[in-house]
Write a new protein. Structure first.
Length: 278
């Protein structure tokens, strides 16, 4: 059994024994307290697992940057380093290097080599990486080679400290989150939602919502509580809120509640939410 969900299974068993079913309305404070404990335990587990994966991806890119400082940004050795990055995690799309002027010098896998020679300074995260010369995690963005992702980027310096450029790896946030969200949703009738601070949805069990901006999404326009929740998690790194929205998979409006917490890298934060019916 997964190490983070084992305690939750015990708590859930107690709740089910006392309340009959987590889908049922909760009439007592004791039952609500137990339900909240389950949700918070699930949130802690999911957020902790996502953060560990983000830290692991970051360490992979950091090591690649160190090695590229010795090999240079292009050539067979650089290609090998980028391939090792791509193969290190199933959610990784691409790995590239670009020089101090933002021009792509190497790219993996083979189907993205077409972007070698392109200048990417029209992308905000590339401008940040070359100007600050510091590690960063981007927000959700469109890939030059097609599709959307998040990137983790580290500067590359030569042995004498010269800034050569950067190595950048792109990955799918929804792919990263899905295994942990799926386990949590298998233990209790909750959904897991992950969003940027600006409300753009990075993971949701309804895949049609992934990539959508909460504040401008028509599906949420008639539900001010959803927008109030988004405003709160934009400003608050953790918290609890209630709101009305459709029961998942139906057109029935129900009262819901959400706990959220924060994960992130290099100043870019994601809000991780566990949402259930009240």
């Amino acid at each position: 059994m997964n190490r983070f969900l084992f305690p939750c299974a015990l708590v859930l068993a107690l709740v089910l024994a006392g309340a009959g079913c987590l889908h049922a309305p909760y009439a007592t404070n004791d039952t609500a307290t137990a339900r909240h404990h389950v949700m918070q335990q699930l949130l802690q587990g999911v957020a902790g697992s996502i953060q560990r994966d983000l830290d692991g991806l970051d360490a992979t890119v950091s090591l690649a940057a160190h090695n590229l400082g010795a090999t240079g940004l292009s050539g067979p050795e650089a290609d090998g380093i980028l391939r090792s990055v791509v193969f290190s995690h199933p959610c990784i799309h691409t790995a590239i290097t670009y020089d101090a002027n933002g021009t792509v010098r190497a790219a993996e896998p083979a189907d993205v080599k077409v972007i070698i020679g392109q200048n990417l300074l029209d992308q905000e995260n590339v401008r940040r990486a070359t100007s600050t010369q510091k590690p960063l995690m981007s927000e959700y963005f469109a890939l030059a080679e097609g599709g959307e992702a998040v990137s983790i980027t580290h500067p590359v310096f030569s042995s004498n400290g010269e800034f050569l450029g950067a190595v950048s790896m792109t990955f799918s946030p929804s792919c990263l989150v899905a295994p942990y969200a799926g386990e949590a949703m298998g233990y209790a009738p909750v959904i897991v939602n992950v969003a940027q601070q600006d409300g753009r949805i990075l993971y949701h069990p309804d895949r049609a919502l992934i990539g959508k901006p909460t504040f401008n999404e028509p599906a949420f326009a008639s539900f001010p509580g959803v927008l109030a929740l988004a405003r709160r998690y934009s400003d608050e790194r953790s918290g609890y809120a209630t709101f009305s929205f459709y029961r998942t998979g139906t057109d029935v409006v129900v009262e819901k509640e959400a706990f959220w917490d924060t994960v992130g890298l290099h100043g870019t934060e994601w809000r991780v939410m566990v949402i259930g019916e009240r």
